[in-house]
Design a protein around this ligand. Structure first.
Ligand code: BTN
Length: 324
């Protein structure tokens, strides 16, 4: 029995004994124990309930390509290139990079777990199986990087639209595209571009969205982290339905971006801008300085009002909010 099969058996959230599991799989109890440990070491909170056996604290919906497809609006499903669910990849974005030459426009790759999930600025992205979503989407553009300013901010808006489509409110955006709840990061967006400055180019858009985190995973995240379960005040949305909403929000949003650019997202961004009016500390190409967030400009650069009233536009920097 592999870890993925064990997770599938435990997915219903009911307890099952080691002996039953061993019988079902035709393996020893020691082999079951090994896979329980394998799941735990990846961050899945498998509980041991004495004689009742092993169980998960809540039911889990494993990702299923046919369920995701069934939950997509038909018009959206027909526009997608590939739609794939993998049990394990190094990184869904690396998988699309490797297939950049042949993959169709709007190809989407998801994985239950990533062994080398990548975040921005060389950070890693925790990717336990069964709990969250790790998704990458390939979008091709005809008119070069020059037309893509603000894309990564627009993708943050698309992720928020997908979350809000479940009636879950309270998330906001920290420039450039972190999706945050009050207690930490809910989703991260990594946009990687390749191709020509004024010709055909491609964006690989990676989204990691936390549906359920455990306390040990929050500790490992290396920064305050939140999940949809906390924001929703109970259970998070069904994982396959959430994946479908995210894919639909990306497919629709990327078409909107292709036609109208960031301008079409500026209002939504401003409504969710967590840095506007806040005292900020920045460090980047312009050195270390402080100022007050003043929204974003038409290219998606962060506007910061510094002492004396001058407003600087920042394309890249580490930003922290100063405590009041
Ligand atoms: C960030 O640092 O905020 C960006 C995190 C992006 C994580 C996602 S998970 C799916 C895709 N695959 C990766 O390796 N990274 C992105």
């Amino acid at each position: 029995m592999q870890a993925r099969q064990l997770l599938a058996v435990l997915a219903a959230g009911e307890a099952i004994s080691g002996a039953q599991l061993a019988d079902q799989a035709g393996v020893t109890r020691a082999a079951i124990w090994k896979q329980v440990e394998a799941l735990r070491s990846r961050g899945v909170p498998v509980e041991a309930r004495g004689a009742a056996g092993y169980r998960l604290p809540w039911p889990v919906q494993l990702l299923d390509v046919s369920r995701i497809r069934a939950a997509l609006p038909r018009a959206c499903a027909s526009r997608l290139g590939a739609l794939e669910v993998h049990w394990e990849l190094d990184s869904t974005s690396s998988e699309l990079q490797r297939r950049l030459g042949e993959a169709a426009d709007l190809s989407v790759v998801l994985a239950e777990t990533q062994t080398a999930g990548r975040g921005r600025r060389g950070r890693s992205w925790l990717s336990p199986p069964g709990l969250n979503l790790y998704l990458s989407c390939l979008k091709r553009f005809d008119r070069g990087f020059a037309t893509l300013s603000g894309l990564s901010l627009a993708v943050g808006v698309m992720v928020l639209r997908a979350i809000e489509s479940f009636g879950i409110e309270g998330a906001g955006l920290k420039w450039p595209n972190d999706v945050l709840a009050a207690d930490g990061k809910l989703a991260g967006v990594l946009v990687e571009l390749s191709g020509e400055y004024q010709g055909p180019c491609a964006a690989i858009i990676g989204v990691g969205l936390n549906l359920r985190l455990t306390d040990p995973l929050r500790d490992q995240a290396g920064q305050p982290a939140s999940d949809l379960a906390t924001l929703a005040g109970g259970d998070p949305p069904d994982r396959n339905k959430m994946a479908a909403r995210l894919i639909a929000a990306l497919a629709d949003g990327l078409r909107e971006f292709e036609r109208h650019g960031f301008a079409s997202f500026a209002e939504d961004y401003a409504r969710h801008d967590l840095l506007a009016g806040r005292s900020l500390k920045l460090s980047g190409a312009q050195g270390h300085f402080e100022g007050v967030g003043a929204g974003v400009d038409a290219r998606g650069a962060l506007r910061v009002r510094v002492a004396g009233g001058e407003v600087r536009s920042i394309d890249s920097a580490d930003v922290t909010v100063r405590r009041a």
